[in-house]
Design a protein around this ligand. Sequence first.
Ligand code: 3PG
Length: 207
Amino acid sequence: MFLSQLSQQKVLPVLVLESVQQADWIGSCFIEAGMKHLEVTLRTPAALQVIEYLNRHFPELSIGAGTVLKSYQIAGAVDAGADFIVAPGATDPLLDAGQDCPVPFLPGVMTPSEAMRARDYGFGLQKFFPAEAAGGAHLLKAIGAPLQDILFCPTGGITPKNMMDYLALKNVPVVGGSWLVTPQILADNDRQSVVNRLSQLQQLLGK
Ligand code: 3PG
C-alpha cells in the first residue's frame, strides 16, 4: 500500500521546517496540489512538533520523518505520528530498531554490500544516498542487475533535470529531494511558489 502510493507520487519532497507556522501553510499547499507524501527531516528543534502538527491537522497527508540518525529517534517520530521513517545510513542499531518499527522504514545505503545487508534485515525499499555524488542513475542501474529484489529511493542531488533518468530505472519507484521547498521560499513564506512548484511537478510527471 505504502510502496504503491509512493510509486504513484514518484517524487518525495524533503523538507526542513522550523516551526508549526511553516507546517501549517506547507501542509495546505500539499493538499491543494494533491500530493500526499512528504518527508520532514529531524534537523530542526521543532521537527517532531511539526510532524505532530501535520499529522493532527492534515490527516490525509503521509508524513515521513527523515534524517533519522539514532535508533531512539524512530520511536520518537512514531509517537509524533510519522507514517514512515527515512535514514541516510544503516547502522546496526537503526537496522535493529527498524525491524520493530510499526511503520515503513527506509534505511540509507550507497553500495551493493550495504544494500544487501539492509535487504537481509528485511528492508526491500531503501534510500540510495547521496545519489548523484555516489554515481547517479548509472550506478543504480548497474546495482539493479544482480540485486533484483531491492527498490531504491535515490536522494541527494536530484533535480527536475535528472529525476527522469532515475525514474526510468526498474529499481526506482520514487526519487526524493529538497529542491521543491527551498530555505528562501520558506523564509519568504512564499506559499504561491510552493503550490506552483508542486503543480508544475505533477504536470512534468504527466498527472
Ligand atoms: C536528504 O536529506 O535526503 C538530502 O539531504 C536531500 O538531498 P538534496 O538536498 O540534494 O535534495
